[in-house]
Design a protein around this ligand. Structure first.
Ligand SMILES: Cc1ncc(COP(=O)(O)O)c(C=O)c1O
Length: 462
């Protein structure tokens, strides 16, 4: 069988739909899943009709509909093929994964070169024991003093004694939730939350309680109700540039939530992943109740995701010691190599330059989004690199995601973030994923163009 000549047939046809539309939907879904690719040849109409036990005119109608939707092309004397998409901005027709919230690459070539040189120097300078062995699990006192000084620019309670250098935010959350009690405890969080946090909680058997939000953050009444009606161990939240809604809580909201946490003795876990790229974010939530606060400053969004380094500030030295035991149990230690690189970036000032360059690149992309998506409803932070886009009523979330996937653009919808059943739909666009400003423009134009098109499925009269 040639690569193009696939013996495709739909494994499932939606019985609620007219058969020809159900076939088109199956094609669209298999394209999204990668079962079908551009250039693949579909079975001859009579062959598919015989296989499905339907009249061949139904298949003809399905293929015609597929052509109308830009999914299929007919070639004279050869048959019907899946259409291969090509564009100048995405010439290799590569997947643009806007489902991963990575920062845009700073456009400053000299800065990147400096970072590469510095990192190479770190490896050359490292003593052999650090390069090849196990060393200083979560940072020496000197390492932690350096980091505390840097983190204190944003969170004043950071000190060498209450700080740990951890293997990324994800690794920190795993150890922290275990430390707080693991299986069986209840943790509150925003009604939409970072999927990595959901995954850790599920993995540990922790019950999540999603709290309603408005445009200013978690509703204090929702938090208080939860604390009153059940034993809540902790609140996990991202009060600055929330993922995915982009909300930054006001000072008043932070204060109100911290007061409730104090009243009910609920631990605060603040994930400040985006705090270091925010121009005017209020003081962290933990500043309002440091005695209850676990503050996580990951470097993934403000310096480099691949370093896998985050800093955890515990309420005090006692909890820092306990946490280090949990970190040992879950990941043994932060990689000495990337730890050394992160510390060097901080010491040389390169980390701050990178944060500034990421913010600059993010602002440029946000400005494009404001221009191109101006007729649509979305939320964004001008310094951030993700957008929370509301879909028009004629675009079911899954269909829109599938449609964009057909254009080799991966988006993530509200289900991935929702804690429990979500009645709000939306998709998150990660503007850091395209490899250039031009590619960002291309993707945003494509999204704007697709948003205007009503979904034919819904409008079909059957
Ligand atoms: C709120 C939040 N926390 C943490 C992370 C990931 O952090 P890390 O790469 O340090 O594990 C992300 C990534 O999208 C995030 O949005």
């Amino acid at each position: 069988m040639s690569q193009q000549d696939v013996h495709w047939y739909p494994h499932h046809l939606d019985s609620q739909k007219a058969v020809y539309l159900a076939i088109v939907e199956a094609i669209e879904q298999d394209l999204a899943r990668g079962v079908l690719k551009g250039g693949d040849k579909l079975p001859a109409q009579r062959q598919l009709a015989a296989r499905l036990g339907i009249d061949f005119t139904t298949v003809t109608r399905a293929y015609q509909e597929g052509k109308k939707r830009g999914l299929l092309v007919a070639r004279m004397g050869q048959g019907t093929f899946v259409r291969a998409l090509q564009s100048q901005e995405n010439p290799g027709d590569q997947l643009i994964d806007m489902g991963m919230n990575i920062p845009p690459l700073p456009q400053d070539k000299r800065l990147i070169e400096r970072m590469q040189r510095d990192m190479a120097q770190v490896v050359l300078r490292l003593p052999e024991q650090s390069l090849f062995g196990y060393k200083d699990f979560f940072g020496t006192f000197e390492d932690r003093t350096l980091v505390a000084h840097w983190v204190a620019k944003r969170y004043r309670s950071a000190q060498a004694d209450n700080l740990l250098i951890c293997p990324g935010t994800q690794g920190t959350l795993l150890a922290l939730l275990g430390h707080l009690g693991g299986k069986g405890i209840s943790i509150c969080c925003e009604e939409f939350t970072y999927p990595g946090f959901k995954a850790v909680a599920e993995n540990l058997g922790i019950k999540l309680v999603g709290l309603a939000m408005d445009h200013d953050g978690i509703l204090p009444s929702a938090f208080e109700d939860a604390c009153r009606s059940q034993k809540v161990r902790a609140l996990y939240c991202t009060p600055t540039q929330h993922n995915p809604t982009t909300t930054t809580w006001s000072v008043e909201r932070r204060h109100a939530i911290a007061e409730i946490a104090k009243r009910y003795d609920v631990v605060l876990i603040e994930d400040d992943a985006y705090g270091f790229i925010s121009d005017n974010a209020p003081e962290p939530l933990c500043s309002f109740a440091p005695e209850l606060g676990y503050y996580i400053a990951g470097l993934a969004k403000s310096v480099a995701s691949g370093l896998r380094v985050a800093f955890l500030i515990c309420p005090d030295r006692h909890f820092q010691q306990q946490l280090s035991q949990h970190l040992r149990a879950t990941s043994l230690m932060v990689s000495p190599l990337t730890k050394a690189m992160a510390l060097d970036l901080i010491q040389s000032g390169c980390a701050d330059l990178l944060s500034a360059a990421i913010s600059k690149a993010a602002r440029e992309r946000q400005a494009l989004a404001y221009e191109i998506l101006k007729d649509h409803s979305f939320r964004a932070d001008p310094n951030g690199f993700h957008i929370w886009l509301s879909l028009p009523p004629y675009w079911p979330e899954e269909s829109f995601i599938n449609r964009m996937r057909r254009h080799n653009i991966r988006l993530v919808g509200s289900d991935a973030f929702a804690v429990g059943k979500s009645f709000v739909t939306g998709v998150r666009l990660c503007l850091g994923a395209p490899n250039s400003v031009e590619q960002t423009r291309y993707v945003l134009n494509l999204i704007a163009q697709q948003l205007k098109k009503p979904d034919d499925y819904q409008n079909a009269i059957v």
